[in-house]
Design a protein around this ligand. Sequence first.
Ligand code: FAD
Length: 434
Amino acid sequence: MKQTINIFWFRRDLRLDDNHGLFKALSGNRPVLPVFIFDTEILKKLPKDDARVTFIHQTLQNINKTLQTKYSSHLALYFGKPLEIYKQLIENYNIETIFTNHDYEPYALKRDTEIGRFLKDQNIAFHTYKDQVVFEKNEVTKSDGLPYVIYTPFMKAWKEAFKTSTFEHYPSENLLQNFIQITDLANVNLSDMGFEVSNQKVQPYHVDSELIQNYEALRNFPAQDATSKLGPHLRFGTVSIRKMVAKAIAETNEVFWQELIWREFFMQILWHFPHTATQSFKPKYDRIEWRNNKTEFELWCEGKTGYPLVDASMRQLNQTGFMHNRVRMLAGSFLCKHLLIDWRWGEAYFAKKLHDYDMASNIGNWQWVAGCGVDAAPYFRIFNPTTQIEKFDKNLEYIKQWCPNFQEPNYPTPIVDHTFARERCLQVYKAALS
Ligand code: FAD
């Protein structure tokens, strides 16, 4: 006879503690089979040595180890299309409920709708929970119920909602004995999926008191290791957003807290306006006549524009999978405004390279730099790639780290003259927007 169980489906919440959906699953009265599915639809687009896939795989192996050694259980890992995997699982188990946490990206919404429909036909309940944000979907809106498209009022309303709602934690870590007692479930190696271990490593995050206290003073200087590196951990849920917000509040640091709110601002923008995944929020901006010169794009990607701060930023990205926020803004602005290359090209390149790539944040920020998004930088604000050095890398520490040859005679000459590029950009943008 088939065993009656519940399933917890891990996705972008790869942790055992303070995990909302997992807490709900483990609070039920059935043993819980933990499942992760390496989705072929997502993996087929990624390079074989993708550092994020290595990170996910390693994180899952660590979870598995904990389950095996402490709870005589096992995380079941699969490689395939989620719907097909569930069709197989119902052959082996009598599944009562599948629990999981919300994912707001357009592909995930479509996938979950299909799976929900299939499960309903099978009389299996599908329960989903908010976990990767404090407020989601329509929870912070204007008084007329419409979404905020300007950050500052959103941030104020977010804080107000936070003060007036109960801020719960979900101590799933106390219920781990309710996992199914089986130790030999499916596992997959990176090589089974055609992947290999990456040479790049996702960096650990650090959010100690010192970092949070110094955050405002130091966060704009790319040579300083003064930001949290939380990006990939929030993306894959190896840390709980509720714990991070609690920490920011305990340290009474509004600026750090507000960065976490920027993340939620862009998440709700993508959820309310899914077309912004491919189109500018401000439609007029899709009339811009991008030059889209492929050679210039390659030089930008390789960090060979001849502007050392832009080049250093791209080399940091290529070598480590991380780029400091201050220079993300400069590199993005340079691509769209100096080179007049479509923001979607830059967005796609960052999506391939950034360990902290997150669709909502990447699109939101790229539209911000191009001027075409919600609450975006005005189009006539064009960063000067030379004066930015004086402001943010006065002692050339960052440039020297990533472009040690920048003062040598064979260093590339600037790809375009700044004054000329600025004027050209203003004309092209004006023509599109008039
Ligand atoms: P910290 O400065 O320590 O900030 C803490 C956390 O706050 C971050 O991890 C992030 O979750 C959030 N945060 C901070 N700034 C922003 C912001 N402007 N927008 C949204 N969330 C923010 N961030 C991503 O997480 N994924 C992306 O794909 C991404 N693409 C970007 C593309 C461009 C062109 C630009 C200008 C910015 C992008 N950012 C993106 C925002 C920001 O650069 C990174 O979140 C930050 O640099 C990550 O480093 P950290 O974790 O040390 O950040």
